[in-house]
Design a protein around this ligand. Structure first.
Ligand code: ADP
Ligand code: MG
Length: 299
């Protein structure tokens, strides 16, 4: 490889909105046969919005949103931002401020806990609450089930040891994701959707962007994502992975070719070989094409 050809490659890469860590990266773009795509923030915009608030019998919906929103203000997760934004809006409309949070703790890929207004509040996957012996009452479990069947994410809210509400969150697929995934296939890469979100939501997103049901891996905890990459590698697949770094930086680093969404976290960018400045899957297509073409010119 001549440095000049590589310079051309990386220079054009910068124009296309792709930052390449170094020349050794180009080689992996030729060998990769599988591309693992993180769902939230990669295939979807990650700009989630709150659609609905349901309260358990005898509970107040406004209070469910207020305590959950206050707690989520301490988290960067797209789900958390949807909840805290809606709660801050509601508070501002009644000229109030959200209460502050004490003893905040994040359970990656599950949810958050902390003390708000003297209450021990828990917000996260319904599974997180049931594992803390706070199962959803029947009416709320039904709301969560329906939300997930409709492709939404259900987030449960409890305080002082009792489940009090369910928030329904919607995420949208990026407009370019389906076309980009088609092109990635054309480049010989088999797409795999990987997510911590529930299986129904994952299946809906996969169907929308053209990923086969067998290539959907859902409800994977953050530490499990690296394991998924390792297993694919153990099956002799050469794995590219695209993520935003919210819970997937270790998996990005494990992949043979890690691609970070430029809109993602700094850890993602540090853990990756290629950074897609635009935060768009089409940039992954451009990056792989450009890298392969660059190699073509120097071999
Ligand atoms: P993905 O793999 O799609 O990027 P994550 O692994 O980050 O998703 O999260 C998996 C699931 O955990 C989310 O869909 C959400 O249900 C739940 N979750 C994670 N963080 C939070 C949070 N701060 N508040 C509520 N729920 C959360
Ligand atoms: Mg993510």
């Amino acid at each position: 490889a001549t440095p000049t050809a590589l310079m051309v490659g990386t220079g054009r890469g910068a124009q296309l909105g792709v930052l390449i860590r170094g020349p050794e990266v180009l080689e992996s773009t030729l060998r990769a046969d599988t591309i693992v795509l993180d769902k939230t923030g990669t295939v979807t915009t990650g700009e989630m919005t709150l659609q609905d608030v349901a309260a358990a019998p005898g509970e107040d919906r406004d209070e469910v949103l207020r305590l959950a929103g206050a707690l989520e203000s301490a988290s960067e997760h797209p789900v958390a931002r949807a909840i805290s934004r809606a709660a801050a809006g509601a508070a501002a409309r009644s000229a109030e401020e959200l209460p502050t949070v004490a003893q905040f703790a994040n359970r990656e890929g599950l949810g958050v806990r902390g003390v708000v207004d003297g209450h021990a509040v828990l917000v996260g996957r319904p599974r997180l609450l049931s594992s803390c012996s706070q199962p959803l009452p029947t009416a709320l479990a039904e709301v969560a089930r329906e939300a997930e069947a409709a492709g939404r994410t259900a987030v449960a809210v409890s305080w002082d040891g009792r489940a009090r509400g369910v928030l329904t969150i919607a995420d949208v697929v990026k407009p370019t994701s389906a076309a980009a995934i088609r092109e990635l296939r054309g480049l010989g890469l088999r797409p795999v959707l990987l997510t911590g979100d529930n299986a129904t939501v994952a299946a809906n997103v996969a169907a929308e962007v053209g990923i086969a049901p067998d290539d959907v891996i859902a409800e994977v905890l953050p530490e499990g994502k690296i394991e998924v990459v390792r297993q694919l590698q153990a099956a002799n697949r050469v794995v590219a992975m695209v993520g935003d770094g919210v819970n997937d930086a270790a998996a990005l680093a494990q992949a043979d070719l890690g691609l970070a969404m430029g809109t993602g976290t700094d850890v993602a960018i540090e853990a990756s070989d290629l950074t897609l400045v635009s935060g768009d899957l089409m940039a992954a297509v451009d990056a792989i094409r450009l890298a392969r073409r660059t190699l073509g010119t120097i071999q």
